[in-house]
Ligand binder design. Structure first.
Ligand SMILES: *[C@@H]1O[C@H](CO)[C@@H](O)[C@H](O)[C@H]1NC(C)=O
Ligand SMILES: *[C@@H]1O[C@H](CO)[C@@H](O)[C@H](O)[C@H]1NC(C)=O
Ligand SMILES: *[C@@H]1O[C@H](CO)[C@@H](O)[C@H](O)[C@H]1NC(C)=O
Ligand SMILES: *[C@@H]1O[C@H](CO)[C@@H](O)[C@H](O)[C@H]1NC(C)=O
Ligand SMILES: *[C@@H]1O[C@H](CO)[C@@H](O)[C@H](O)[C@H]1NC(C)=O
Ligand SMILES: *[C@@H]1O[C@H](CO)[C@@H](O)[C@H](O)[C@H]1NC(C)=O
Length: 335
């Protein structure tokens, strides 16, 4: 299969940049200067909005698979609220910026210095709209930051040296299908989702955050949950279709914002479609146990060899590969 050797995940990273700034005091209001020619942008805070692709521990332990074994087995060595065997894109982006991975919002009361590198507002399972799991949608997540700004936890100046990461990985579409949404209605729904994303990106940008990074939708037809039907050999073209439409619309949205860079990369993995951790039956998932606590899942010997960790989430190695592919663009945009 050609897929076994080559491309698996086409990653787009759209960087919505508040690129132009009004220049030094003398020329304020007169002249727009490009930040690059003015001084390097050295962000010190990261604010994250989205779903399980960026969540680092917001979901409650009682509800989330991210807090069950064998999640977190590679890093930090036990379940820690990440939907992966280890680090996710949030952690790699923070590392790139030279800051600590931002504290999950649910632990903000710990406060103090810990808030210095920003906050992660992402909750696994959420979408831009409600997805029926009682976790805060993206509008609510953005409202949490607005509250903290109102409470002067973060100042205008803080926001100016901040980056936002926004992940939307398709939970809206899962909820649409689960609630009986029709195939014919899907394009209209995709349009609504991306329009809401446009609103969200503008709100974040208007708060004064300089760079807003937004991920495009990954090829849903290549997730293990879709390829399982072909023993992880072939992507499902039908499920890919809506992804293309979503990403086209998103690209248009981003192009209307101040300035943007758009990066898409292919990644190479030996067994790109195979997940590392999977249920031993159709009813079991990675992390499922029976009433005696016996594992109903298997874990591969080398999580670093697979792009996917479970049926929908990349492994730490997968995220690392995504990060390494995007790093040249990040360098160009940030510094
Ligand atoms: C947008 O960014 C590019 C690359 O950083 C820069 O060359 C260009 O001048 C910017 N455009 C505006 C309108 O700021
Ligand atoms: C997000 O959730 C809030 C609170 O449940 C709700 O009022 C709002 O309508 C939701 N926003 C969107 C865009 O779905
Ligand atoms: C923040 O303050 C503004 C202006 O006072 C107010 O309109 C807004 O509702 C507040 N937002 C939150 C989330 O507290
Ligand atoms: C692809 O996905 C669609 C929609 O979920 C499903 O109806 C179809 O059977 C799948 N096709 C294959 C070849 O797995
Ligand atoms: C699905 O999309 C991915 C990424 O664009 C691509 O590599 C793959 O070939 C597509 N597969 C099918 C069957 O459409
Ligand atoms: C983004 O990338 C796509 C495909 O790589 C390209 O067709 C499009 O013109 C790019 N858009 C911008 C605004 O750079």
């Amino acid at each position: 299969m050609e897929l076994h050797r080559s491309i698996v995940f086409l990653v787009f990273l759209f960087l919505v940049a508040g690129e132009t700034v009004y220049g030094n005091e003398k020329h304020q209001g007169l002249k727009k200067l490009n930040l690059h020619t003015y001084r390097a942008f050295r962000p010190t805070k990261l604010f994250v909005f989205g779903d399980s692709y960026s969540d680092t521990g917001n979901n409650p332990k009682s509800l989330a698979s991210s807090w069950k074994n064998p999640y977190g087995v590679t890093f930090p060595g036990k379940p820690a609220g990440r939907y992966s065997d280890g680090r996710v894109i949030t952690d790699y982006l923070a590392r790139f910026m030279g800051i600590k991975s931002p504290l999950p919002y649910q632990w903000r009361k710990i406060g103090g210095n810990k808030l210095r590198s920003g906050i992660n507002f992402a909750y696994g399972g959420t979408g831009v709209f409600d997805t029926g799991n009682f976790q805060p949608n993206m509008t609510t997540q953005i409202g949490y930051l607005q509250e903290l700004i109102n409470e002067s936890v973060y100042t205008k100046r803080d926001l100016e040296s901040s980056v936002a990461l926004v992940t939307v990985s398709g939970n809206d579409y899962g909820a649409y299908t689960a609630s009986g949404g029709s195939d014919q209605g899907l394009p209209a729904f995709i349009t609504r989702v991306v329009s809401q994303m446009a609103i969200n990106l503008k709100v974040i940008h208007n708060m004064g955050i300089r760079r807003v990074l937004v991920t495009s939708l990954q090829p849903l037809g290549c997730l293990p949950r879709a390829t399982v039907l072909s023993s992880y050999q072939q992507c499902n073209a039908t499920q890919n279709l809506s992804v293309d439409f979503h990403n086209q619309l998103l690209q248009r949205v981003v192009a209307t914002l101040n300035n943007n860079t758009n990066d898409s990369r292919s990644l190479k993995f030996d067994a790109p479609l195979l997940p590392c951790c999977m249920g031993i039956s159709v009813d079991a998932n990675c992390g499922s146990v029976d009433e005696n606590g016996k594992a109903l899942y298997t874990v591969c010997k080398e999580p670093e060899s697979t792009f996917f960790w479970d049926m929908v989430h990349p492994s730490q190695a997968g995220w690392r590969a995504v990060y390494l592919a995007l790093r040249p663009t990040l360098t160009q945009i940030f510094y």
